[in-house]
Design a protein around this ligand. Structure first.
Ligand SMILES: [Zn+2]
Length: 388
């Protein structure tokens, strides 16, 4: 009994140090020990186990010019676990890897032209398979970011890809698989490594084609019973007369992007709403009055919905990604005024900050890496550290 307890404690201590090093790249052993309340001797002993388990290593800290003893920082073990990160957008895909500490390896972005999911998924599965060949038993899980609604590992709906009920299980190459909505994963990335670090309750919203997002409580996404929550774009903050490709009407989605800008400008629905929004924003920046009016209208629609979400969810910060950053930049005053009009009066005196997301377009991949790593750090530690 006593042995079992000692072993459980050993695994617990190793996992705590591993998680701390993962969350704080560049942390020294001494800093991690102080944070976790470990004596120097215990930290050394736990670090020895993690090194032997090929989970963590140490590297010389950058010289700071101080006189103290040279110190080391905790880093991913050079032969340590990796996760494959699959990032899928409406027009591109990319497969890369991430290690403990969250760093993503560079990888080429490939274009796709939509169509049925089969051929695209076969290409991605082949890339994951090649990565597994290359990295051998280091590859521990696969994390995927997709521009659609996700339940479990199934994309139930991805309007910009034209997908319904597509199971991504075949991408996993037999490894644990995590699949997330791109905007939700960008939110996960912001609370772990971006503008919402250490914030207890944060709201992240990404505007691309439509708007997605996530509420994060205690650093974790609040995604509902089946993982398909966070579809803020399909809350009816929009015009009830407008149908949404999701099948509902009045969705916020169709009032905050390039489609809304085109309607305001009397133009037909754009084939690429994201590109149309970028062109319109550029024209507005250059002083075109019509483009400016279209941008203002969209910024106001975005602000009105944010005000409503503040009333409903009470976040301590709102981070905006994608076109939200441009809308803040070009039409921030109108956006904030709309937030104030929608917010309950008592709330207006102390609105939370509404800020650009820090990680930009890297957010979904960083979030996908984090959720895949989160799925395997505990089992790997349990398997490799216990009984040593
Ligand atoms: Zn909708």
């Amino acid at each position: 009994m006593a042995t079992m307890r000692a072993e459980a404690l050993r695994v617990q201590g190793a996992l705590a140090l591993l998680r701390h090093a993962h969350a704080h790249p560049g942390v020294t052993r001494a800093e991690a020990a102080a944070h976790l309340g470990l004596s120097s001797g215990s930290a050394t002993e736990i670090m020895g186990r993690l090194r032997a388990a090929r989970l963590l290593g140490e590297a010389a800290a950058p010289q700071t010019g101080g006189r103290g003893r040279p110190t080391t920082v905790l880093v991913a073990h050079p032969e340590g676990p990796l996760v494959a990160v699959v990032e899928l957008t409406h027009a591109t895909w990319r497969v890369t890897t991430a290690a403990i500490g969250g760093a993503l390896a560079p990888a080429p972005v490939r274009r796709h032209s939509g169509g049925p999911p089969g051929p695209l998924l076969a290409g991605i599965a082949a890339a994951v398979g090649a990565l597994r060949e290359e990295t051998g038993d280091r590859l521990a899980a696969v994390g995927v970011a997709v521009p659609g609604t996700v339940r479990g590992t199934t994309v139930v709906q991805a309007a910009t890809l034209g997908w319904r009920d597509v199971d991504l299980g075949p991408l996993a190459a037999g490894l644990p698989l995590t699949v997330g909505n791109d905007a939700s994963l960008a939110g996960v990335a912001e609370v772990l490594r971006g503008a919402a670090r250490e914030v207890p309750v944060a709201l992240h919203l990404t505007v691309e084609v439509g708007i997605g997002g996530v509420l994060l409580a205690g650093g974790r996404p609040v995604l509902g019973a089946t993982g398909a929550g966070g579809e803020f774009g399909h809350v009816p903050f929009g015009d009830p007369a407008l149908a949404c490709p999701c099948g509902a009407s009045g969705c916020w989605d169709v009032t905050v992007d390039g489609r809304a800008m085109a309607r305001r400008l009397g133009r037909p629905g754009p084939a690429d709403p994201r590109a149309f929004a970028e062109e319109t924003l550029a024209a507005a920046r250059a002083g075109d009055a019509g483009a400016r009016a279209a941008v203002d209208e969209v910024a106001e629609a975005l602000g009105r919905g944010i005000g409503a979400l503040l009333n409903a969810l009470d976040p301590a910060i709102v981070t905006l990604g994608g076109l939200g950053v441009d809308l803040l930049d070009v039409a921030g005053a109108g956006l904030r005024a709309a937030v104030l009009r929608a917010a309950m009066a008592w709330r207006r005196a102390a609105l939370p900050p509404i800020v650009p997301a820090e990680l930009g377009s890297r957010g979904p991949a960083i979030g996908a890496a984090e959720s895949a790593l989160a799925a395997v750090l505990a089992p790997l530690t349990q398997a490799r550290v216990s009984g040593r």
